[in-house]
Design a binder for this molecule. Structure first.
Ligand code: NI
Length: 169
């Protein structure tokens, strides 16, 4: 398993729209296991392929306390959403150190292929529902800070650019 480099906001590659995966083969399974290793290494609860500069519809998630319930979602589609929405604080491995409120559906049902190519529907609420919506946004080229006010977003952008410059020095 390999640890992959994670793109950092405001990298323009985070705004590419991911393409559907045509076949769940060994290439895809290797990518999924590398993404899980990368997510665990970074102490994240979710990672979209977009964030490792692969523009295909694949996300990995683990919201368990013990970090032993990996979920691989290939070509995920939301097939149902709750009527209710709530504001939750979110963070993102591509925007390190930033947490802010985003409104998400309380519950979603998502249809996706697993790493064996089997189609299943996952009924998610709580943190898992929030995480699925956040990761699926990445596949559409959307980063959570884009829900914030332009003022906040610009402040975050400036901070990220400064951080990245300093880490290169
Ligand atoms: Ni994210």
């Amino acid at each position: 398993m390999a640890i992959l480099p994670i793109l950092c906001y405001p990298d323009p590659r985070l705004h590419k729209v991911a393409q559907p995966i045509q076949a769940v083969d060994d290439r895809v399974r290797t990518l999924a296991s590398d993404m899980l290793a990368t997510m665990y290494d970074a102490h994240g609860i979710g990672l979209a392929a977009t964030q490792v500069d692969v523009h295909e519809r694949l996300v990995v998630i683990d919201v368990s306390e013990e970090r032993n319930e990996p979920l691989v979602l290939i070509n995920p589609e939301i097939v149902w959403t709750s009527a209710e929405k709530h504001l939750n604080d979110e963070g993102c491995l591509s925007v390190p150190g930033i947490y802010d409120g985003v409104e998400r559906f309380d519950a979603v049902h998502v249809r996706a292929l697993d790493d064996k190519g089997t189609s299943r529907v996952i009924e998610a609420d709580g943190l898992l529902a929030v995480c699925i919506q956040h990761e699926m946004d990445h596949l559409m080229g959307k980063v959570f800070v884009e829900y914030l006010s332009p003022l906040k977003r610009n402040r975050i952008k400036t901070k990220m650019i400064k951080q990245q410059r300093e880490s290169r020095e």
